[in-house]
Structures are given as C-alpha cells and as structure tokens.
Design a protein around this ligand. Sequence first.
Ligand code: NOJ
Length: 729
Amino acid sequence: MDRKALEALLNDMSLEEKVMQLVQIPGSEYEAGAEITGIERGQVKDSVKRLAGSTLGIWGSKRLKKIQEKYIMEHPHHIPLMFMLDVIHGHKTVLPCPLGQGATFDPDAVKKGAEMQAREAATDGVHATFSPMADLCRDARWGRIMESTGEDKLLNSRMASAMVEGYQGDDLKDSSHVAACVKHFAAYGAAEGGRDYNNTELSEHTLREYYLRAYGEAIKKNPVMVMTSFNSINGIPATGNIFLMKKILREEFGFKGVLISDWGAVGEMINHGFAEDQRDAAYKAMLAGVDIDMCSGCYSTCLEELVNTGVVSEKMLDEAVLRVLDMKNDLGLFEDPYRGLDIDAGSIITDESRMLARKAVAASLVLLENRGKTLPLRNEKNAFIGPYANTKRLQSSWAFSGNDENTVTVWEAAMEAYELEYIKVAVGCTMLDQDTVTARGIRHVDHWQEENSKLLEEAVQAAEWADTVILCLGEDSTQSGEATSKASIKLPEIQLKLLGEIKKTGKRIVTLVFTGRPLELNEVRELSDALMICWLPGTEGGHGVVDVLTGKVSPSGRLPVSFPYTVGQEPLHYDMYPTGRPKPENGPSAFTSRYLDCENGALYPFGYGLSYTSFEYTDLKLSAQSMSASETITASVTVRNTGDIKGCETVQLYIRDVTGSRVRPIRELAGFKKISLEPGMEEEVSFVINEEMLRFWTAEEKWESEAGKFRVWICNNSCSGQPLEFQLV
Ligand code: NOJ
C-alpha cells in the first residue's frame, strides 16, 4: 500500500478503530488453550478483541490463520491483526541464552542465529519478536541478566545490532524475517539492589555513557519497535518518561518506529505513584509517545474519551496510529495478511538449524579452570553425574515456544561420542533444595530427603567406578529470567553437598555449571580440577558441550560478565572508575578503597576464558605516539598459538582516558576480534583507533573527546596485559 492509500485509510477509520490499533491484548483471548500465562483469560471485552491492532504470545500457522480470517472478516476496514512473540533465543531450535551468546564474542554468528530464529518464527506466523534486549547488566542478582549479552556497552551494542539485522534482514516483506523490538528502554538492568521492576537512580552521565549506548547503537539498524521498561528512572517511570522517550529516543536517536509499552506497564504507573488512575496513565503514556499499550487496558478503556474531550489531540493519536499502520504495511500485511501462515514449517527443526545451534553452544562455553589438563577428557572411564547430566530442560524460561522434547541432553550426546562401557550416568541429587522459591512458585518435592540419599548413593558408586567425574550442576532454568532476583547467588545447597561427597572419592572432577547468571564459584573451583560455564545452552546443548569435552572443539567463549567472589560485590563490572585512594597491587592497603574481607575485582573477570591451547602476545605496538582528531592510530599485536592444537582466541582492545573533565573508567573495551590459529601459527591483529572512539559525555554535557594521554591494552581479558600510551593532541 502506498503512503497516500495508507493515509486515506487512516482518515476513513472511526475514532474507536484508531484507538484500538494502539491496543495489544494477549493471544489467549483469541483462543482457548493458547500457551500464555500471567493474565486471566476472558478479561477483554469482545469489542476490544474485534478491533485490537495486535496480539502476543501465540504462534502456529493453522491456529493463527483461523484467528486472522475471523478477525479480518469482522474488522470494519479489514485491517490485519499483528502477531508478536518473545522469540528471545530461539523459536523451535533454541540457541544458548543471550548471556551465552554474549560469551561467543561473535556478532556474525549471533546474526546468523537471529536469522534462523526469524525464519522459524516467521514461518510459524509470527510478525514481530520482542528482542533484542539491549539492557546493560552489571548485577548478577537480577535474574534477567540471562537475557542480556552482558555488562559491557560495546559488546552489547554489537550483539544487539547483529540481532536486529538478523531478525529483520534487508526487506521486512520477505516472509522469512520478523520485526525486531529493542528493549527495555531504558536502564532496566540497573534496578536497585538487583530487584526486578525496582527503581533505578542514575546520573545523566552514567545513563548516557553506559546504559543508553547499546539501545542507541541497535536503533541505528532501524528496528521496527522499541519497548519501554518497567522501572522508573530517577523517579519517573520509563513508560511516562518524556525526557527518555521524546528527547533521547525520538530526537537524539532518531527512532521513527513503533514504541510499545512492556506488559501492563502503562497501568503500572498508578502503582508507581505517577498516575492517578487508568485515564491519567493513558494520558501520560500518550504524552511520552507510547504507541502501543501492551495489555494494561488503559488505552482501550480511556483513550477514546481522552481524545473526545481534547485532552489528547487527534493529531497525536493519528501519528501513533500511522506508525502502527506503517509497521503492518512494511511487513506486507495489507497485501498478504496470511504471510507465513500457509504451512506449519516453523515447527520443523532442520539439520542445518541444529548444526548452527550446536556450533553456537560450543562457542559459548567458557572454560575457567583446567588444572593438569583435565580437559579434554581422556579415553578413560567417565561418569556424568548431577541434575544437569541427563535433563532436557536446557532452555531458559524465555524459550517457551521451543519444545524440551527436541533437546539433546549431555548424556545423550556422551552416548554418541563414547563406547558405552566407558561411561556411566547418575542424577546425583535433585536440581533444587527443598521448598525453593522460583518464579513459578515454591518447588516442593515429596520424600525429598529419601530421594536425595538414594541419588547420592548411586552417584558415589558411579564416581568410584570412574576415572573422571563430569559433574553437571547449575541453577534451574526457572531461577533466571523475569522476576527471579536473588540475594544469594550460590548453587543450591544440595548440589554443593553432592560436589563435596564426590570430592571424597578422590576422582578428577570436571564441573560444568549451567546458569543464566554469574554465580559465586569460589568453593566450587577449589573442589574441581576443571570448571566450565555452559549457560542455558538450548536444543543442542548436549552436543555442543560434549564437542568441547571430547576436544573436537577447543573452548573459546569469554565471560561477557564478571563472576564475583561474593554477592556482596554486586553490582560488579570491570570498567570501574578510579578512586582517590586506589588499592595498591602490592603493599599496605589500609585506608584505601577496598573490602576488608574480599578482593575488589572479580573472581573471574569480564573477557576471561581459557582454551585447550595457549596463546602468546608479542610485539604490541602503536603506529604513532600521538594523533590529532582527524588522524588515526593503529594498535597491533602478534598472537601466536604456542600449544599443540588448533584454537580460537578473542583478542581484546581496551583504552583508558587517563585524565578528563570527568573521571574515566580504569579501562574500557574498545574492540575485539576472534581469530583461529593452527598450532605454531601466528597472526598480527590490529585495531584502528580514531577520535570518535575516545569521546565521552564530558563535564560540559557534550559527546566529545578531550586532548591528553590515553593508555591502550591488547590482551586476553579485562585485567591482563601491559599498556602503551599515546597522546590525543
Ligand atoms: C514482559 C517482559 O518484561 C518483556 O521482556 C516481554 O517482551 C513482555 N513481557 C512480553 O511477553
């Protein structure tokens, strides 16, 4: 449909029809048995159902076709309904959770993954996904850290941009793509105390410098949608925040697409104490420029009256409606309202998508310890023990359209890789302690004690038989994701007990940790010979993990987030500001900025991860000692594979602006490259440094660089390497 026709359509619509384009209701309203939770069915009036512009949470060609046919027939202007879904790390083929994808440090692979997700979802009738989540996360207590790609603004920017490109492709009309939605705008990851939905207090400079960066970069890739966040920022809920939505998002970032609220967030402004009632909430959201009200009912109940009484202008309404109609038009829905609804192709997992997921898993694993070269596993007797050894529940709580049935467990993959007489499996213990509170309620297991005694006995027997125990531990998938904040980030007690008992057998222990958040692993590392983070790896989890255990693939994942010694260090991130009393590396540290009972930094820092081979960095150099704003400097290093097997290395560039009108972090990631090297081979890796990379939000409230001294590291994690210096003149 051309622009004129679209505008003519808008002019012909009744006020009610227009308002309803801005209303999103749960898919469960259209169909009994739709798989969506969190809202009672049957709360939405029939008149709203008939006209609501979009729905969420349902998929499947046959189901959606039926709904679309009826909807279009009943709609006065036959405007198609839009179907949206949280395709976060996979639709049918589920990839590692986003934090695991962050660990790959490989935006190209992440883009391919997003293309695959889009293809599967689009051929299952989905028009838009609520992804990527570009929230910066520095707090392991916040369960949604699992849905982010980590603590660093550059890594997050690259990953969120890659996802937008992958989901949307070059042409949205192409029915193997879906619209992307950058969320949660803004600073949702900075919830105070790591408690979900909580307020955030951030200075404008911290907001701009860190929290807004990845959204801004992803928006340059033209995502169709942006979602507001639940939290308030400096006292103003994001969903009614004119500074954020109008000044930053629309004016500065130039976002032209559809702004959608998070679920119920318009109405939640009443709880926040920012809006008096539904009418006031609808008004304040409109004023901030929120186009679609996701499921709060405020727009459907109050917006028509607000326009009729002139409180909200019809012009403002029309602009919002036009953005929604534009989105439908860009998706080609006016020409083909049944796009993607012909065949149930989305439910089919192909060998190709499995292979892509398998590689993604292997690339996401982060090897933290490998004493005495415990890994790769030797051809000896290996016992796979623990609640993650043979579970199909390897997807996160945000992969609800993926089916556990399709998942390959670690044990299933081990049986493919090893002769059966050399391997054994034992569950070892329950996943959770008795009566653990999860997002879905309290987990109570009848006869928990007896069951665990039995499981432990079997596990100890298996360990005694084995030479090496592969202990598969972790958080349950319901312990990370939305509404899963935790004040303790240890493994469940029962799993730690299992580890302790297995240790008593004296066998080599490889501990695999499946998790959606950083955990306290000090105790675990002491008892393990090798330690590897496996995240929540998805459909091909077992294969990807076993590919690394066997040595078919050398681990190359790097931590996208700091793992603390203790939860008391949270929020923790590597790019800290210096203080006036820095703790000396050696020597007395009384009255310096430190903890009395813990290190300042992470147990395992951002960017850290081991390989089965070793790499040597030599000949670090800068092409010049100084540069002007119009010049560049090339920083380079030679990286050599000094081991005897092939491996991938993630070469990281960090920069520090030594003195500024505002203090600058002790170092910041400024670039990264992943290279693959055969044994004995070397490669020169270089990064071009330009003036733009040196800009920050100065004391004058401008994005500018300031002349002076800069330090540069090229190294293998955020705490390693020796710097060189140059001057910006
Ligand atoms: C709430 C979550 O915060 C958001 O991330 C998600 O996209 C929406 N619900 C829709 O399910």
